[in-house]
Design a protein around this ligand. Sequence first.
Ligand code: M6R
Length: 361
Amino acid sequence: GYPHFMLKEIYEQPEAFSKTVVPHVKDGLPSFERDEIPEGFFEKRRHIQIVACGTAMYAGTVGKNLIERFARIPVSVDVASEYRYNDPIVGPGDLVIVISQSGETADTLAALRLAKQKGADTLGIINVIGSSIAREADHVIYTHAGPEIAVASTKAFTVQMAVMFPLALELALKNGTVQPEACRELTSQLLKCRDAMEQALELTKTIPAIVEQAIDSPSLFYIGRGLDHALALEGSLKLKELSYLHSEAYAAGELKHGPISLITDGMPVIALATQQAVLPKTVSNMKEVKARGAKTLLICRHGETVDADAYDYRIDLPEAEDAFMPFTAAVAMQLIAYYKAVQSGCDVDKPRNLAKSVTVE
Ligand code: M6R
């Protein structure tokens, strides 16, 4: 019923989200009973490392933001291919979380083995049951995206982000930084994200025309701050892997430290501005690039008041609190990349030079 697996998988996200999140919420609080994670595993964690590759690593970056926001525990995120050769400072008492859709990515598996060898406790967030990483990690939280056929990761990404909420909230409860009542309120907001993603799928009606007009250059930028920066990185990766355009993602505040020199007349800049706390800052960055000739596409929450002179095109996302905006932002990012690739005649499901699972270094 769909022209490509990728589009089918984009549409499967609300269901995958529920299948992953619902079993991890009990009486409004996070629950890992089903994963048989022992009581006490999330207690007294002082430092957490997240290790993964590609899109899974960007889900980890969202996880870092959520764990630090709710549990106030410092988290580092590493690319697995770097981690494994950088003699990481990790040992007993530390928690290393590896994230992988396939559970077979060679660098992530090697990073897991290294962390175990150094005495850390390990947790895998894995989509494929019985995969190598799932077998070797001390504990596993399975995501329930179902099989992902398209090379570009979509539903696996959203469920990896989704599982980060119960995880961050469990750590927060154990750390005393979030109380049960506030936690119930947060999980109820989380559960509403399924409907928000359903609504975001309506963007299939408007995004194709916006993409056609807004992305007409071989080179472009994605910018954002905080969670929007993580989503900008993911959006940029998706666009480059599918449509072969040169795309860079930057923390919006970094533009002035170099990349703004690349802004020329008509260069598209896609600005994610879903985080209310930093919205004026991102809007001011948009005005800076626009003043230098950029063509800006704003992605923000529906009803947000943003000066019309900051953007040329605008995509509105269903309203949610800042922490929950990544789900609908991910849908928008995926649709932008998907339609650009379709319009350019690219092989959407099997982009050149890429494999679904990278089982060699
Ligand atoms: O199977 P994994 O999640 O370990 O794969 C990691 C990356 O290779 C993967 O996320 C890749 O970046 C995606 N295909 C990008 O869409």
